[in-house]
Design a protein around this ligand. Structure first.
Ligand SMILES: [Zn+2]
Ligand SMILES: [Zn+2]
Length: 258
């Protein structure tokens, strides 16, 4: 006699099915936790498989209390902008967790060049801490959507993933803000590292293209590292040609600040 499990499942009450699923998830969780998970920074064993840093290393990540929302310099008082940015207000708010220093530098390098994709969640968690702080302090309006800075498909083929999208996806889960897939990188630009500000701008011109029309809304662009901001500004320019969007720039770290 063959047993029709499908029919049996259909005959089960939803509560029994959901209890079974919950129990199964708990068992899987326990099994995964039983496997060794070492902290990527100090190599000590972590107690939860979703934690890629131990609690000590996570708490030790650099996190200056107050950063300017224009240029990300450290400020003594809780306010939106530093003196310089108050004089010349920037077009977009810049949200970062810290400067480009160790061990954040190490984590970003591990995410980008050592295929350690799970690090994206730790970096997103660190940036989410800043976003939540700014929202709680009434210094920032939560955006309606997150947009990851896209990679050109050739770069995507080489790396296998877009680190900005991994961070944005984790942020989307942590902050419950949906991701918007609306733009592509259509030019495979050369790396910006060796270029000066003018060359960076020329290099990025026409790099992005909208893949769908966007209704007026507020958006946060998400990236791992903000250096001169040329990439994010070119992306913002492409997205906001109709001038009907409110755009913020979110990056895990900002280079060239203390
Ligand atoms: Zn650790
Ligand atoms: Zn400033």
């Amino acid at each position: 006699m063959t047993i029709d499990y499908t029919q049996q499942m259909k005959n089960m009450t939803p509560s029994v099915t959901s209890k079974l699923v919950t129990s199964l998830i708990l068992v899987i969780d326990k099994l995964r936790n039983a496997l060794p998970h070492n902290c990527v920074l100090c190599d000590k064993q972590s107690h939860h498989y979703r934690a890629h840093l131990c609690l000590v290393c996570r708490d030790d990540l650099p996190y200056p209390r107050d950063l300017c929302l224009g240029c990300a310099v450290t400020m003594i008082h809780k306010q939106r902008y530093c003196g310089q940015c108050q004089k010349t207000p920037p077009p977009y708010k810049l949200v970062t967790s810290a400067g480009y220093t160790t061990p954040l530098k190490q984590l970003i390098s591990s995410l980008k060049y050592k295929e350690n994709q799970l690090i994206a969640h730790e970096l997103a968690r660190h940036l989410a801490k800043r976003v939540r702080q700014l929202i709680d302090d009434n210094l920032l309006e939560p955006p309606q959507y997150l947009v990851a800075v896209p990679l050109h498909r050739k770069r995507l083929q080489t790396r296998g993933y877009n680190q900005a999208l991994l961070i944005a996806t984790a942020l989307s889960q942590l902050l419950e803000i949906p991701l918007l897939d609306c733009v592509a990188r259509v030019r495979n630009t050369i790396t910006q590292t060796e270029l000066d500000a003018n060359e960076r701008q020329t290099n990025l011109q026409g790099a992005f293209k909208l893949t769908q029309t966007i209704a007026p809304c507020s958006i946060a662009l998400v990236d791992d590292v903000y250096t001169t901001g040329t990439t994010m500004h070119e992306l913002a320019r492409t997205l906001n040609k109709k001038k009907n969007l409110t755009i913020q720039m979110w990056s895990v770290v900002r280079t060239n600040i203390d």
